[in-house]
Design a protein around this ligand. Sequence first.
Ligand code: NAD
Length: 479
Amino acid sequence: MPALDFVPHLIDGQERSSRGNDTLDNVNPWTQAVQGTIAAGGAPDAADAIAAARAAFEGGAWSRLPERQRGALMHALADRMEAHAEELAQADSYDMGRPLAAARSIDVPRSVAMIRFFGDHVALATSEMYPMGAEFHAFTAYRPAGVVVAISPWNHPLMLGIWKIAAALAWGNTVVWKPAEDSPTSAYLIARYALEAGWPGGVLNVVQGAGAVVGEALISSPDVDRITFTGSTAVGRHVGEAAARNLVAATLELGGKGASMIFDDADLDLAASTAARAVFNNTGQVCLAGTRVLVQRGVHDAFMERFAEHAAALRVGDPLDPQTDLGPLASKKQFDRVSDYFALASAEGGTVVTGGPGEGWSFTPTIVTDVSPTGRVWREEVFGPMATVTGFDTFDEGVALANDTDYGLTATLFSESAARIHTAASRLRTGTVWANCYQVRDLRAPIGGPGFSGIGREGGNFSREFFTEPQAVFIKTSL
Ligand code: NAD
């Protein structure tokens, strides 16, 4: 499938242009060519989508469906995603340069698994009952919250969007999903498959367009019940303010500046290959990335040799080429941003060991040493394939360096000592700790983190808490 000539909104079961007929270009980051246009929504389109979601919610054809039937419809969507796996994988590849092989083997299957997981999770969920003798029947019911606005970023368009909407939908909410303007296609395809799978119109609406325009209209609306946002810290702060004005609950999954810590008893081959994956995967455009590599001095040189070898072995190129490990950065804007940080690294005293700008908007895996812990490269999220390596002597010094950040999404530890790992994990201010592994997920586990990484957690019961209104029910049962 070539890229779509036009990516529309899908509102109330209908594919539509914007009310104002405005469009944005959809640029392929590898060829740098305009491959099509997308509907550029405005406030009227946002209002239409919210009204459709509200009517679908109140109508009850989704929100009051027995959980097992909703679960079956979630599985029907997952079946269609599997049937169209290639189309879905190509959509992200064309839109933001995701290597097609990775989209096929990781993004699509993981997204399918999320839809199936939350469908089952709700269908199999239990709730609390409070024994009050024969006099009352008392229990908690998890009622759907209502209309959910889901705003997703461009770095893993399909996977991160599905992570937002799957739990919301499974718990009986209706959704307005705004994907990032740089990656519109996979969201549109999902909404189309949902209709084909027999979902009622208005349950899953997708609006396209610029964050500052249609996104702004969505987050400012008083007629929504939840906002779930994944994106940058700056925009997340703004979304949180808008939500607070309307007393709408929001989860904010924001940026990261994760540490990979290599202790002197680590398996260095495992540490080097895993730390390289943790920072260069998806061309470094991953909030969970381990961008600050901290190495205990006794193994510093031995680790660096292996780490640089792994970086140099990664193939940068055409996302459609099955040999490609790293596609280009997702847009010119992102390429300029990473290039600026690359220049800044040297200006802030860093030494470039390897890497730098490549062909077009590509960036080769970059390793910098000696950056100042007070500089911007150490403190700010680069969101590109750039690792900084810093040495430490003692355990306490290493933990202090790992915690020396405003962010708190992840830390990745390498050690053969369970005691070291447990103790470090207990002192790290991060939402996730991986030890001797990276990006292991369980959909029951929370995702999120403190500080600039956001507010709230999603996953399993954490999603239930957010996407429902828990209701305490007391029914008199005695005569
Ligand atoms: P971004 O904040 O610029 O955009 C994210 C989304 O918000 C897009 O859909 C955008 O259109 C929309 N948006 C922008 N302005 C808006 C506004 N005023 N009102 C409403 N919506 C608006 O972020 P990005 O550059 O697309 O994504 C990269 C960022 O996302 C990185 O900082 C990364 O760390 C973060 N991220 C976080 C997670 C996580 O789970 N914590 C996952 C992936 C990415």
